[in-house]
Write a protein that binds this ligand. Structure first.
Ligand code: AGP
Length: 617
């Protein structure tokens, strides 16, 4: 949510900043801006809309300089306009700032600054922050230099309530950029004769694979040859230079027209990577050392709470069904945004698991902290290794799915469900799953990547189905048992990328009200694999057919003939046990949403109003 890139070094700043912004555009695309420092003055360029608009402006009106900061915005405070685009400056026009996060007390600070005679160009909380730091800077008597700017920042941030990842530069101090974080991610890229700041390492991985993931309350100052990290609370702050796991190629679209399609096609590999080294035939179980829990501690768990947002919450719902079925441990799913404010009973032996691709979702992070505050063990299932949730959790499992850039989550969903299945196997084996049964589950898990390939091979057929229904005003997604969460996820994917209204429901709930919406213009996608409720699903299909509603059935190869009798269109998956069906049934729905959006000419990777990581509440 909002992307920041800062650069200082031997090269022109603008190409580095623009390239970084393009790679961060998934974090927000309402407006973009750049400020560079050249010859003692700041040049700034801002434009509403995509990075391409800013690039065009920079072509017409170049901004020279080897030091610069830049931002791509997802609007929170203040509408989408050129004035509200970052970077923002202070009263002197010499201090410039980009910010990701929310300054909660900005209205009070704005009033105080206005009383002191400050005037503002826009309505953002960030502009207030720039003025506040500038006021502190001007009030200091020490000579211009890094120490003064850091002192001003420190004193301003102590007055701020809220979250921030910020980079700033001052025309008086042309040999450094200063960054700080609290609650919003910021990474320092260590180069040779150049250094970087970015919200996400994918923005700078083309230039360096050495990174320092800043912690809350860190203040970092980068020059072209060196950097220094201190703490807002005083003194030096410990840090580690980490090797970035992926390369610039991993964050490119490669041969695919969209990241979403690339990521859908990566799933045979990402599923394998989620399971790699974690299945033990010797134990007939899963090995998840990162949980930091002994078998005895796992045995003592009476209840599990799975929490996350959006797609991660749907993966959690799949996990609920899988863990309860395989491990027989009661599981509850809470939206992280609700969990943080609810006062639910949390008995001692409750284990909380926070699921988040980015590991930075504000609501999920708050849920993690709330669980820990209440004395519970809180684990994380994250993709982003250096993320805040990964660092603050008491243990967890990494997804190893590689960067997910498409705003619509795809491969992260199947990886999350696969990891929750490993957890179910592990907990189940400690309780009642026999070694024979454990081995059978392992074999089924290992067979998944090939099964996914057979589904991906049907992409052309799914495209034809998508084109047939692309003009629909609404769509229903129906599923039962393990596949009810998949219906929710299928509807979310369709809404996000194609803007067709879609809703997911348990198939049998249809007759309790939803059936009123069925008409020949409203297609229903019924997820009906070969499971214990297949016949029930067929009955639900018949009810829709009787009202002339078109039906797209997602079913198992062995039921091809039967499904073709009752459905208008059929998409097939290979046979699998009930508990693994969500991983397979979700993939045709991802492709259906993708092809529908394409048929409608929607921007698949950057759907309107959305951002990839929701780092504000
Ligand atoms: C899914 O397509 C969405 N973009 C969104 O619901 C996402 O899953 C949610 O914001 C959670 O993100 P996280 O996994 O990074 O925490």
């Amino acid at each position: 949510m909002c992307g920041i890139v800062g650069y200082i070094g031997k090269n022109d700043a603008v190409p580095v900043l623009l390239d970084g912004l393009r790679r961060l555009e998934y974090r927000g695309y309402d407006s973009a801006g750049i400020a560079t420092l050249f010859d003692g003055r700041v040049e700034s360029r801002k434009r509403t809309g995509r990075i391409a608009n800013l690039a065009e402006l920079l072509q017409q009106s170049p901004a020279p300089g080897r030091i610069g900061i830049s931002h791509t915005r997802w609007a929170t405070h203040g509408g989408v306009s050129d004035e509200n685009a970052h970077p923002h400056h202070d009263r002197s026009g010499r201090l410039w700032l980009c910010h990701n996060g929310v300054i909660e007390n900005y209205a009070t600070l704005r009033e105080q600054l206005a009383t002191d005679g400050h005037t503002f160009e826009g309505q953002t909380d960030t502009e207030i922050l720039a003025h506040l730091i500038g006021r502190e800077y001007d009030a200091l008597s020490q000579p211009a230099g890094k120490a003064r700017i850091v002192e001003a920042l420190r004193s301003a941030l102590k007055q701020v309530v809220g979250t921030y990842g910020i980079v700033l530069m001052h025309a008086d101090v042309p040999d450094c950029i200063v960054g700080a974080r609290r609650g919003s991610p910021l990474v320092l890229g260590v180069g040779k004769g150049e250094n970087f700041f970015a919200s996400d390492v994918s923005a700078i991985v083309a230039h360096t694979r050495e990174a320092v993931y800043l912690k809350d309350f860190d203040i970092a100052v980068i020059g072209s040859e060196d950097f220094e990290i201190t703490s807002l609370l005083g003194g030096a702050s410990g840090f580690e230079v980490s090797k970035v796991e992926f390369t610039a190629d991993d964050v490119s679209k490669g041969k695919y027209p969209h990241y979403m399609l690339k990521e859908i096609y990566e799933q045979p590999d990402t599923l394998r990577d989620a399971m790699r080294g974690r299945l033990s035939r010797e134990d007939a179980s899963a090995r998840l050392g990162g949980l930091n829990m002994t078998a005895r501690e796992l045995r003592e768990i009476d209840r599990i709470i799975l929490t996350g947002c959006g797609t991660a919450a749907h993966a959690a719902m799949c996990g609920e069904a899988i863990i309860e079925s395989l491990a027989q441990v009661p599981v509850e799913v809470e939206f992280a945004s609700e969990f943080r404010y609810r006062n639910i009973p949390l008995p001692r032996n409750t284990l909380v698991i926070c699921i988040s691709q980015s590991g930075e979702t504000a609501d999920t992070l708050a849920a993690l902290r709330e669980a820990q505050r209440k004395g519970l063990r809180a684990l994380g299932i994250c993709n982003n290794v250096a993320s805040t949730i990964a660092r603050e959790s008491d243990g967890g499992v990494y997804m190893h799915a590689g960067p997910e850039i498409g705003v619509a989550a795809t491969k992260s969903f199947t990886s999350q469900v696969a990891i929750l299945t490993l957890l179910a196997l592990l907990i189940g084996r400690i309780r009642h799953i026999s070694p024979m049964e454990g081995l059978r589950i392992i074999e089924e898990l290992e067979a998944l990547p090939d099964k996914v390939r057979t589904i991906l091979a049907q992409s052309d057929h799914i495209r034809a189905v998508a084109e047939k229904y692309a003009q629909s005003k609404a769509m229903m997604f129906l599923g039962r048992q393990f596949n009810y969460p998949v219906a929710l996820e299928g509807a979310l994917k369709m809404k996000e990328v194609s803007y067709i209204h879609a809703s997911g429901h348990p198939s049998a709930e249809l007759k309790h009200g939803i059936i009123a919406l069925i008409t020949p213009e409203v297609p229903s996608v019924v997820i009906a694999p070969d499971d214990s409720v297949f016949e029930k699903n067929v009955s639900n299909i018949e009810e829709i057919r009787a009202r002339k509603g078109p039906i797209i059935a997602i079913g198992t190869e062995g039921h091809k003939a039967r499904l073709r009798q009752v459905a208008d269109d059929v998409i097939l998956i290979p046979a699998c046990p009930d508990y693994l069906a969500p991983i397979l049934t979700s993939i045709p729905l991802q492709l259906l949403a993708y092809h529908t959006a394409n048929a409608l000419g929607c921007d698949v990777d950057k759907p309107r109003n959305l951002a990839k990581s929701v780092t504000v509440e």
